[in-house]
Design a protein around this ligand. Structure first.
Ligand code: ATP
Ligand code: LTN
Length: 346
């Protein structure tokens, strides 16, 4: 049987998922799952690089998995799992950390931004975050990694580390490519359209959550900041506010940007906002309904994640074994082979 190319990607359970997660990641996961062998994970190990309440983290981990399914990730086609269920991620992180320069991590834009945001908790985990991400990807020998534009730099580091390891120890890792969608790779904040929409933004009006009610969607879109000018024309640089809303309209309706410009020729910002709010409500309705249904199916979710972990782990173990061997770690002997009996037998 022909081997399908492999995909790995993940989302942190560090808050409620936004329309940005849908356009930058989930929508592309769903589109690629029938042609690729896919591994999708809830990146809980990454989430604790900033403070998390333990009960909330546990709850959000399950909610995040439920949203993967509600957005169309099919557990019969794709492997869904929780990152902390696979200890090999941490084992490979250590090996890769020993090949990573301090300078490489301190140059990462996300590290600079997050360490400025969390000035009193700039921990080693936050610094090493991209090495863990590289381990996530390389363990599964991923060919393609669908992510938003902000993750491009982390993918570059992943490729560099894979090449460095292969040069030093012989060919082990496939070199992954990022898959960054041509449109929707960076959805902007509704309140500050030059900033990325972020699930951890303290201003709720800036963020469109996938589970927002119709009223919340109408309110947030009505209050979205637009640019001076009145024409509905796509121009990311000069008109980031209206361009962002046009991207959202494209996502909700499937219409192309030129079609949208034509539809609203001669109309005003308020017309686009009104149409957009209704389109988003219709578009998000099935996702929210399925998500609500899954809230009552905890056992089902847990069983999907348990099956996923089993499948992911067997793949991860193969790669890690090869890595340990190449690095020169002495494998533990099988007790019987060295004349030891197990404690139960003795
Ligand atoms: P935070 O928003 O809490 O700072 P994050 O959302 O960037 O964190 P993740 O939750 O791990 O971090 O993001 C998972 C995926 O979603 C990544 O591929 C990321 O690029 C994508 N993503 C997140 N926000 C957006 C956005 N506003 N536009 C497009 N893609 C996004
Ligand atoms: N760092 C990513 C989330 C993430 C990820 C991954 C994405 C963790 N591990 C592996 C792709 C592949 C983020 O968006 N913050």
């Amino acid at each position: 049987m022909e081997q399908r190319p492999t995909i790995l990607s993940g989302i942190q359970p560090s808050g409620r998922l936004t329309i940005g997660h849908y356009t930058g990641a989930l929508r592309n996961w769903v589109a690629l799952q029938s042609t690729h062998e896919c591994f999708f994970m809830v990146a809980d190990l990454h989430a604790i690089t900033v403070p998390q309440d333990p009960e909330e983290l546990r709850q959000r981990t399950l909610e995040t998995a439920a949203l993967f399914l509600a957005c169309g990730v099919d557990p019969n086609q794709s492997t869904l799992f929780v990152q902390s269920h696979i200890p090999e991620h941490l084992q490979l992180t250590w090996v890769l950390a020993c090949l990573t320069g301090m300078g490489e991590c301190s140059r990462m834009t996300q590290f600079k931004e997050k360490s400025a945001q969390h000035r009193h908790n700039v921990n080693v985990g936050l610094f090493a975050y991209p090495i863990l991400m590289a381990a996530d990807i390389l363990l599964y020998q991923a060919d393609l990694v669908p992510v938003g534009a902000d993750q491009k730099q982390h993918l570059e580091l992943t490729r560099n580390l894979a090449e460095r390891f292969n040069n030093r120890y012989g060919q082990v890792f496939r070199i992954p490519e990022p898959y960054i969608p041509p449109i929707g790779a960076k959805i902007m904040s509704l309140q500050e359209p030059t900033k990325k929409m972020s699930k951890s933004d303290p201003n709720e009006n800036a963020v469109l959550f996938l589970t927002d009610s119709a009223d919340a969607i109408r309110r947030k879109i009505r209050r979205a900041i637009t640019d001076s000018g009145r024409e509905i024309r796509y121009d990311e640089k000069q008109r980031p506010g209206i361009s962002n809303l046009m991207v959202l309209y494209h996502v909700a309706t499937g219409k192309s940007i030129p079609e949208i410009e034509q539809e609203f020729a001669g109309a005003g910002y308020a017309d686009l906002k009104a149409a957009l709010a209704e389109a988003l409500i219709e578009f998000l309705r099935p996702i929210r309904e399925e998500y609500e249904r899954l809230q009552n199916a905890k056992d089902y979710l847990l069983s999907v994640l348990a099956q996923g972990a089993e499948k992911a782990r067997s793949r991860a173990q193969q790669t890690l074994q090869l890595v340990y061997d190449r690095v020169g770690f002495l494998p533990p002997a099988v007790p019987e082979a060295v004349g030891l009996t197990t404690s139960r037998e003795s």
